[in-house]
Ligand binder design. Structure first.
Ligand code: SF4
Length: 329
């Protein structure tokens, strides 16, 4: 079980951080992938105008990247109301201190409070780890593909499951982490790739905008000339590391030789960027072609069918939870 907030078109960070892993496990496991639109509301409840189109764009990217609805369940969270009921029931047993001490909540609160958007000191945002726990536990998920930075979230889900089981018997499955490939994908400015920093490269970026982004990409400020020795990897001389090199590591099988050339001052950044662009051409075009095979109606049909399947599975867990809590005879 895993999910993504519908933020519209996906970027390379999403692809290498999660989506590739999802595609690789769909043959082997029974997988549920959620469009986490309720989670979107926890921080962006004041910006819902584009929610519908963002859901659509994101699912199109999923399909083009290789998720196959014949092999996995793709659904929209808000169409599976069982998540909401389990969220409510789990809220009853989750101590407030677990949520208030959640480091991600504190950091996000500090970061997002600086923006002009709505006040996020809300019940919904404080309680998002409980909703996340409900998302996972409702499918009896034993494995959750997570990056290193997501491990604390999964830990809260595990704690909530343990607490619930301690109170009412072993009804809920305690999920374990399935670590995802930890590829570093910095943004065009060297910081973490994120839409909120405006430094992303879309997974299907069109050639013109891709070229513009590559030409402005952060490289190594210590290099004044092409013959100066470079620092492609993060190091004291170039703490973020070169963003172009990080992409070579993902798309260029000869990245080690490229790193050596850079360190020796044997290649200039302009040709290095040109080479990267040529290497991105083929995989990006393949994605673009595949993406054009699907349309809005196909996406709607997939979400509809997926939500029905998800509800069937979710209803079983919820029934056991209700029974364990003596809510049903
Ligand atoms: S030569 Fe390439 S790897 Fe080295 S700093 Fe320039 S862009 Fe980065």
């Amino acid at each position: 079980m895993s999910g993504m907030r519908p933020t519209g078109r996906l970027h390379l960070g999403n692809l290498w951080g999660a989506l590739r892993k999802w595609v690789s496990i769909q043959d082997e496991y029974e997988c549920y992938f959620a469009v986490a639109d309720w989670h979107m509301l926890t921080t962006a409840y004041d910006r819902t105008e584009d929610l519908g189109s963002n859901v659509q764009e994101m699912v199109l990217d999923w399909l083009a990247a290789g998720l196959d609805p014949a092999k996995c369940v793709i659904f929209r969270q808000s169409r599976v109301p069982e998540h909401a009921e389990l969220h409510l029931l789990l809220s009853m047993v989750t101590p407030l201190s677990w949520l208030e001490n959640n480091p991600t909540w504190k950091e996000s609160l500090a970061e997002l409070s600086k923006t002009k958007h709505a006040d996020i000191r809300t019940h919904g945002f404080l309680g998002y780890p409980v909703l996340q726990a409900a998302d996972i536990l409702i499918y009896g998920a034993d494995l959750v593909p997570v990056g290193q930075d997501q491990l604390p979230h999964l830990e809260i889900s595990r704690e909530i499951a343990r607490r619930f089981n301690g109170l009412y018997g072993g009804v809920l499955v305690e999920p374990r982490a399935m670590p995802t490939e930890a590829a570093r994908v910095p943004g065009t400015d060297g910081r973490k790739m994120s839409k909120s920093y405006g430094n992303t490269v879309d997974i299907f970026e069109e050639p013109d905008s891709l070229e513009a982004k590559a030409s402005g990409m952060y490289t190594d400020p210590t290099r004044a000339r092409a013959t100066d020795p470079g620092h492609p990897e993060p190091c004291p001389e170039n703490p973020p590391g070169c963003s172009v090199f990080a992409l070579h590591k993902l798309y260029n099988p000869g990245w080690e030789a490229r790193g050596a050339e850079c360190r020796a001052g044997a290649i200039g950044c302009v040709s290095c960027k040109g080479d990267l662009l040529r290497r991105l051409e083929e995989p990006f075009e393949a994605f673009r072609v595949k993406r054009r095979l699907y349309d809005a109606r196909t996406v709607e049909g997939i979400l509809q069918e997926g939500s029905v399947k998800a509800r069937q599975k979710a209803a079983l867990t919820l029934e056991s939870v209700r029974k364990a809590m003596k809510l049903t005879p």
